[in-house]
Design a protein around this ligand. Structure first.
Ligand SMILES: *Cc1c(COP(=O)(O)O)cnc(C)c1O
Length: 231
């Protein structure tokens, strides 16, 4: 079943790329595996997926220990400063840097370990109360602050668009964040690149790709609905 789901997602990604004249290689699919057992991750791994996204440090570390070394792990959830030490140097990309305080802790741990940490700045584009992320207005300032931390490498922006039944509702937000990333890119800030745009989930990843996403984060579309009740 997962194989079929994945094939469908892959087909949708290709179709979205084609609609706007983008190459399939411009978009990375992250399989968001939070709450899912390692057997399911293994199944997707055997289909060739190497990028996995988790939103909790403990779960990420547990799965990392069991699964193959060539997996690229993405931290996509809110990160608490006291958990930073467990993942620094072990993730492909931290998508959820939303404060200078957090970035400074990442810097501290990165210096300790002698590693450089690629990060995205999370922007709360629709200014939802329930979501983390810096505001659109404060994003530049935060990027500039992080740029001064020499063991962090800002690669771009990440956003979680509002939940909606109709992906068209989010097109405007995807456009806004894309524009924001272009604007920040133009400032040529040292130690900052704006090549990565992590946006689009199961409900809206095709729209996100049409609007310039370079990473889409798909959970339900691959693994099925999550069941939080047994936690
Ligand atoms: C859970 C999660 C996803 C995946 O959501 P789906 O709707 O299941 O595809 C993507 N991004 C983040 C940050 C998440 O927490």
């Amino acid at each position: 079943m997962l194989k079929e789901n994945l094939a469908q997602v892959e087909q949708n990604i290709r179709a979205a790329c084609e609609r706007v004249g983008r190459a399939r290689e411009e978009v990375t699919l992250i399989a968001v595996s939070k709450t899912k057992p390692v057997e399911m991750l293994q199944e997707i791994y055997s289909e060739g997926i190497r990028d996995f996204g988790e939103n909790k440090v403990q779960e990420l570390c547990d799965k990392m220990e069991i699964l193959p070394d060539d997996i690229r792990w993405h931290m996509i959830g809110h990160l608490q400063t006291n958990k930073v030490k467990y993942i620094v140097g072990r993730t492909e990309l931290i998508h959820s840097v939303d404060s200078l305080h957090l970035a400074e802790e990442i810097q501290k741990q990165a210096v300790k370990k002698g590693v450089f940490v690629p990060v995205l700045v999370e922007v709360n584009i629709a200014q939802e109360e329930s979501k983390f992320g810096t505001s659109k207005e404060e994003a530049v300032q935060l990027v500039r602050g992080i740029a001064g931390l020499d063991h962090l490498q800002v690669k771009g922006l990440m956003t979680i668009a509002p939940y909606t039944e109709n992906p068209e509702d989010n097109r405007l937000y995807f456009r806004q964040i894309r524009q924001l990333s272009v604007d920040i890119g133009k400032q040529n800030i040292d130690n900052v690149s704006m090549n990565v745009l992590s946006m689009g989930m199961t409900g809206d990843y095709m729209t996100a790709i049409e609007e310039g996403a370079t990473i889409v984060r798909v959970g339900t579309g691959i693994f099925g609905e999550r069941n939080y009740s047994k936690e």
